[in-house]
Design a protein around this ligand. Structure first.
Ligand SMILES: [Fe+2]
Ligand SMILES: [Fe+2]
Length: 381
């Protein structure tokens, strides 16, 4: 087994370079480091290039460093899990320790680079990553949510400066959780109802932390405060409503309506939580995650944002392995292959290079264009 792409550690330092033949000792070492997914070179697939690099390595490294420093500082500042709910936000607003705990201008800068990368690369399809980039979920969640939110914002024709506000809010939307390390280290089902209530303070806590970071960040604060609001008014903290219309700038929210940025962020946040898992849900496949989003459209999430997500998120990323769940006369059920090319018109009907038969034996490569085989159904392995 030959490594097809560089394998990096937590700090994006190189562990194993592309081209190296993996042996058992290396596999054991990767397992010890909890690195579960890597790209493997498969003969005959040289023209299949995974595209999970919408953000350049340079931007990624810069963002990762900033996240690590900021999140690390915040976590070490105070564990406020034990404080009374009404005290937490007041402390965040007035205690000197939290002055400039988050440098919003630095975040604007890295998000600006992300927006530039997306424009330079003309990316309008969000590839769900085949291989995780970071081992620390906090950083991965911040970056993934931000990239997806920016891409959704772009699909609604937001100009770059608005995308920076949206991307920054998305990158920092959960900073309010960092002051409750005792709570976030537990599984949600093990939390008492009092602890759950405290955790629900995180949108307000995050907004309060941002208010200490200097500059005018009113929009970012509002977006963070409202990222758990729902269209049906059953979200928190305020129970605001949504109108399920496209979140375009020209339609300013009415009284007690959710701010547009927060409606986009809610969908990006949910999708990343569904595919990678969070305190509440176990990770699921991008296809199932998308089905879950669609089920929640109109009540939990803005319907127009979910439709756009359906249009721009590729749930069968190029380079991932799929199995034929229902075959036809030409392609047998149980055979496996690699996603060769996305179908930008119908993202759930990609082109597959079938490489293994249903017994798992390597067979002569054959191209299966799902567009031409309407009866064939696939699933990610
Ligand atoms: Fe959150
Ligand atoms: Fe989140």
């Amino acid at each position: 087994m030959q490594v097809a792409r560089d394998i990096c550690d937590e700090r994006l330092e190189l562990l194993i370079a592309a081209g190296i033949e993996l042996d058992l000792r290396m596999i054991q070492r990767l397992a010890d480091l909890e690195i579960a997914d890597v790209y493997i070179h498969e003969p005959g697939t040289d023209d299949i290039i995974p595209r999970d690099d919408v953000v350049s390595d340079k931007t990624r490294r810069k963002t990762h460093k900033l996240l690590q420093r900021t999140f690390g500082d915040l976590t070490s500042l105070a564990d406020m899990s034990e404080f009374a709910n009404e005290d937490v936000v007041t402390i965040l607003q007035y205690d000197d320790r939290f002055a400039n705990a988050v440098s919003v201008s630095h975040f604007h800068e890295v998000v600006h680079s992300t927006v530039d990368d997306l424009f330079v690369r003309h990316e309008d399809i969000f590839e769900t990553p085949v291989v995780k980039r970071y081992l620390d979920r906090k950083y991965e969640h911040a970056l993934n949510t931000s990239v997806l939110a920016i891409m959704l914002g772009r699909a609604f024709h937001y100009p770059p400066e608005k995308l920076v506000v949206l991307g920054t809010s998305s990158m920092l939307h959960d900073v309010g959780k960092l002051i409750f390390p005792k709570l976030t280290s537990k599984h949600y089902r093990d939390l008492t109802s009092e602890e759950r209530r405290r955790l629900r303070l995180h949108p307000a806590a995050g907004a309060a932390i941002l208010s200490r970071g200097g500059g005018n960040t009113a929009l970012e604060q509002a977006t963070i405060r409202q990222h758990h609001e729902q269209q049906d008014g059953r979200g928190y903290p305020l129970g605001l409503m949504g109108d399920n219309l496209p979140p375009v700038e020209s339609r300013a929210p009415r009284h007690r309506e959710i701010i547009r940025y927060a409606e986009i962020l809610a969908v990006a946040n949910a999708f990343d939580n569904l595919i990678n898992g969070d305190l509440v849900v176990e990770p699921m496949s991008p296809v199932k995650a998308m089905e879950t989003l669609v089920r929640g459209a109109g009540t939990l999430y803005n319907r127009a944002v979910v439709s756009e997500a359906l249009r721009i998120i590729n749930v069968y990323p190029v380079g991932s392995i799929v199995e034929i769940r229902i075959g036809d006369q030409l392609f047998e059920t149980g055979a496996r292959g690699v996603v060769r090319r996305g179908n930008h018109q119908y993202l759930n009907r990609p082109e597959i290079l079938v490489l293994w038969d249903r017994r798992g034996q390597r067979c002569a490569p054959r191209v299966l264009d799902l567009n031409q085989h309407p009866g064939v159904e696939i699933e990610l392995v």
